[in-house]
Write a protein that binds this ligand. Structure first.
Ligand code: RIB
Length: 299
């Protein structure tokens, strides 16, 4: 069993299903509402754990009902909670999510406590960095926490997987310590200035990202699968055709599954193959963390 350490966000997802997303200024009626566990870090941790990895998470929650639910949720998923800190000032992060019939969504995230995740909070998890096989980080907490996670992973010589979402500028000096990066088309476009939408533009963007010092670039292309650039190879792994009902969290399913497989020692091609399948299953059902598939389902 591989070990993965996720440094990232826990967010409570407040999700409304509606036939059609509103445009600015419009009010539309929804037909279903749920509140459940989410956040890019939390979703990735759950996906890695459901694939059988031994997972620890470093995050921050509020001293409130959503924070308590987060702890019992991670415990239920078998995820180590020793490195979760609690803020007395900020509430647990929330996301207001609307999903329409086509599966497309709109999201407003208020990071709350996980936006206050500090260098010190990450430092406290030193033992977790020592024992892990891979460190996974996103950009939904403070940049201070992201930087500390990157340095700690480098100091312990652990591979670092960066999911650059939601996109914000990343200090260039950090990039040379990143082993794997998983931008989607929008994030790859923001990083490189190339309008990524097909194989040729993904290849061009991947070359630019590799020049920044990252040896393995995996650009997720939604229903087209993913584009991989690693060593001397550049190729697409197509996804299987699924009926998407909710695409929220698909990127997290991909990154979490990739982390679990790499931690287990799988090749990048095989790990991405599993990740594409996991993401495909996750969009065929509603929700974020609750929609992450188990290994048996993928097999
Ligand atoms: O990637 C999906 C996640 O983004 C949701 O769970 C929501 O919490 C937002 O952070």
């Amino acid at each position: 069993m591989g070990k993965a350490l996720v440094v990232g966000s826990f967010i409570t997802d407040l999700t409304a299903l509606t036939h059609k997303l509103p445009v600015p200024g419009e009010t539309v009626l929804g037909y279903s509402f749920t509140a459940g566990p989410g956040g890019k870090g939390g979703n990735q941790a759950v996906q890695a754990a459901r694939l059988g990895a031994s997972v620890s998470i470093v995050t921050k929650i509020g001293n409130d009902v959503f924070g308590k639910e987060a702890l019992s949720h991670f415990e239920k998923e078998g995820i180590e909670t020793d490195w979760i800190s609690t803020s007395d000032q900020e509430a647990t992060g929330t996301a207001l999510i609307a999903v329409e019939d086509s599966g497309e969504n709109m999201i407003v995230v208020t990071p709350g406590a996980c936006g206050q995740l500090s260098k010190k909070d990450v430092e406290k998890a030193e033992a977790a960095f020592r024992k892990t096989d891979i460190v996974v980080v996103q950009l939904e907490t403070s940049m201070e926490a992201v930087e500390e996670a990157v340095w700690r992973a480098a100091a312990e010589r652990k591979p670092l997987l960066l999911n650059p979402a939601p996109y914000q500028e990343i200090p260039e000096h950090l990039l040379e310590h990143v082993s794997y990066i998983t931008p989607n088309e929008t994030e790859a476009s923001a990083i490189t200035g190339i309008n990524v939408g097909d194989e040729a533009s993904a290849a061009e963007a991947a070359r630019i990202i590799r020049k920044k010092g990252i040896p393995n670039v995996i650009i997720t292309l939604g229903k087209k699968g993913c584009f991989i650039s690693s060593g001397n190879e550049e190729y697409i792994l197509p996804s299987e055709i699924v009926k998407a009902v909710d695409t929220t969290g698909a990127g997290d399913s991909f990154t979490g599954a990739l982390a679990a497989e790499l931690a287990e020692g799988k090749s990048l091609r095989d790990a991405c193959g599993t990740a594409v399948k996991a993401a495909g299953l996750s969009v065929a059902r509603y929700g974020t963390s609750p929609a992450m598939p188990w290994r048996e389902e993928i097999l």
